[in-house]
Design a binder for this molecule. Sequence first.
Ligand SMILES: NC(=O)C1=CN([C@@H]2O[C@H](COP(=O)(O)OP(=O)(O)OC[C@H]3O[C@@H](n4cnc5c(N)ncnc54)[C@H](OP(=O)(O)O)[C@@H]3O)[C@@H](O)[C@H]2O)C=CC1
Ligand SMILES: N[C@@H](CC=O)C(=O)O
Length: 426
Amino acid sequence: MTVKIGLVGTGTVGGGCIDILQKHKQDFQRHLGVDVELVRVCSRNPEQAAAHNVADIFTPDYRDIVNDPKIDIVVELIGGTTVARNVVLEALAAGKNVVTANKALMATHGQEVLDTAAAAGKEVAFEASVGGGIPIIDPLKHSLIANEIGTVMGIVNGTTNYMLTRMADNGMGYEDALKEAQANGFAEADPTADVEGFDAAAKIAILASIAFNSRVTLADVYTSGISQISPVDLEAARGMGYVVKLLAIAHRTPKGIDVRVHPTMIPATHQLATVNGVYNAIYVVGDAVGETMFFGAGAGSGPAASAVMGDVLEVARHVQQGVGPLVGCTCTDQLPILPVDELQMKYYIRFTVSDKLGVLAAMAGIFAQYNVSVHSVVQHSKKESTVDVVYVTHVAKESDIKAVIEEIAGLDDVLQGPPSLIRVEE
Ligand SMILES: NC(=O)C1=CN([C@@H]2O[C@H](COP(=O)(O)OP(=O)(O)OC[C@H]3O[C@@H](n4cnc5c(N)ncnc54)[C@H](OP(=O)(O)O)[C@@H]3O)[C@@H](O)[C@H]2O)C=CC1
Ligand SMILES: N[C@@H](CC=O)C(=O)O
């Protein structure tokens, strides 16, 4: 039996999938006994299909794919949560299996998508939604299923890791680093999702849901991105023996799930500190297995298409054999999400202030007022009459840090809007 595929979205990832299908179709049959055929592709842009030599099966209307009775698997690679949601739900309703790389969709409408799939008796596979080419969803659902997972955390956004690496190692500015990441096909269509942390938040929501068997959505994840971070912070961190990474963190605690995304200072000796460029790494701790770490390219055409095509072949095998997925994603527990204000950790905070007598004393008074003890204060001359003041605190409560920042930001001599705020993990 030949399993028939319809592909919606022929951009970075979709194009990579077409390339893999063209290159390895015979190998799939020979090595795996799975015979797949791409029978229809859709995007808004026929030139993409022509560039991949599939102009003859192009349609601009995704309904030509979801309503085609001969198609077994619909691959959704357009992104976003509007048209993509329609594609996925309509495909399931029409009796197709679905493969998607869409973390925004799965982290926002995952419950609806999975319920619809269950009701239709069809499969939804989404390995490429987290970690690009890194296998992580399948290991969590299968290889590590015997564990109670306590922690899932890591670098899950290729764009920001690439940017932070270029800014730290090559002194590149924020905008130039972002342009390079976009040119490499790492960034989302709207890169705000990458730089403001929402892409990583969607990914950690998906991972936490699977790891803790409890539904976590994008809205549950405290999220702060890298747009306030400047090369000054990366340099200051380096001087203190740290590296700055955008970390996605999920811990199961006795009180509930602690889940967040934020720029984080980690010691230069930490396992995640040397994960650079577009590479991602996800650290998982289970009660039986102990520590594990999954590493690989987190974005880009080939890596993401590798994960998508892995799902396509697995689902195609199920279609051929007439079986369903071994483990779904039902999330039968309902653990509470912990409020971020109760977190306790160390903080790096940088303010730009007027170089005037009395400013530092006023700031010190505000730290003292909230009982936030400061471990070190460093001043960097910026330009005439302004100075960057960096504080590193002892362990403090998040709500107190927020109050300190709000009061200091209100001082006349504090010049920038929000300061650089980086949480410190030892
Ligand atoms: N890029 C990466 O490294 C990774 C991306 N992903 C995910 O994969 C998905 C695709 O990303 P990527 O390939 O980078 O995105 P691209 O922007 O490169 O490609 C999107 C494709 O979808 C098409 N499209 C968009 N809207 C519609 C629509 N309404 N109807 C039909 N076609 C449409 C686009 O056509 P047109 O160009 O004409 O607009 C284009 O062909 C996203 O969910 C993303 O989050 C996951 C892992 C890695
Ligand atoms: N924009 C994402 C793409 C992969 O998920 C990233 O940069 O990681």
